[in-house]
Design a protein. Structure first.
Length: 190
């Protein structure tokens, strides 16, 4: 019998080994990318929290009072922060909650101090609003949820000055349902 000529190629075992290694590497890469994305979004939320917290403190130092919330920390309360920090809707005296307060039009009012210029809704790349949202209806966190605000004089407030929080990645706030086990991911200032 004449010997067979050798043919190049891979055996089935070799192909399965290579495919298994590729699947493992792809899984590791995707999980690392997901972790990095989550960490980046949390860092962005912390940076926004710091900006908003500092703006509210600066407003207090300038005006002498914290913005007074009108409700229970609902998403609409984030417009108080927007008005105070961007000077939109404050009127000529620059004080939120007075008779000369105007409507929100996307521009700082005359005489108002702009605490956070990044809140400008006229910028296309603003991270604070939903695309095409004008005038803004709420300041948004990195997950698209409204930032929440409650003044310290509210009986449900935790801080004596003010409460500021985001509902976090799941969009469920522990202030809305404190007993729900999934509401522990809030970003808070207390």
């Amino acid at each position: 019998m004449a010997p067979r000529a050798w043919r190049g190629g891979f055996t089935m075992a070799e192909l399965l080994t290579v495919i298994t290694i590729l699947v493992i590497l792809a899984t590791l890469t995707l999980s690392i990318a997901g972790f990095a994305n989550k960490k980046s979004t949390l860092a962005k939320a912390d940076a926004q929290m710091t900006l908003l917290d500092n703006a509210i403190e600066k407003y207090h130092a300038e005006i002498g009072v914290f913005p007074e919330s009108t409700g229970d920390g609902s998403p609409e309360e984030s417009l108080l922060i927007y008005s105070m920090a961007f000077g939109d809707g404050l009127g000529e005296d620059g004080v939120l909650g007075t008779d000369d307060d105007g409507s929100i039009d996307g521009k700082p009012d005359p005489g108002a101090t702009v605490q956070i210029p990044e809140l400008d809704p006229n910028e296309d790349k603003s991270p604070w609003y939903e695309p095409g949202e004008f005038p803004p209806v709420a300041l948004r966190d990195p997950w698209g949820n409204p930032w929440r605000y409650r003044s310290g004089d509210d009986p449900n407030a935790i801080n004596p000055d003010f409460d500021l929080w985001s509902a976090g990645p799941d969009g469920l706030s522990r202030r809305d349902d404190p007993d729900h086990p999934d509401n522990e991911d809030d970003i808070v200032n207390w």
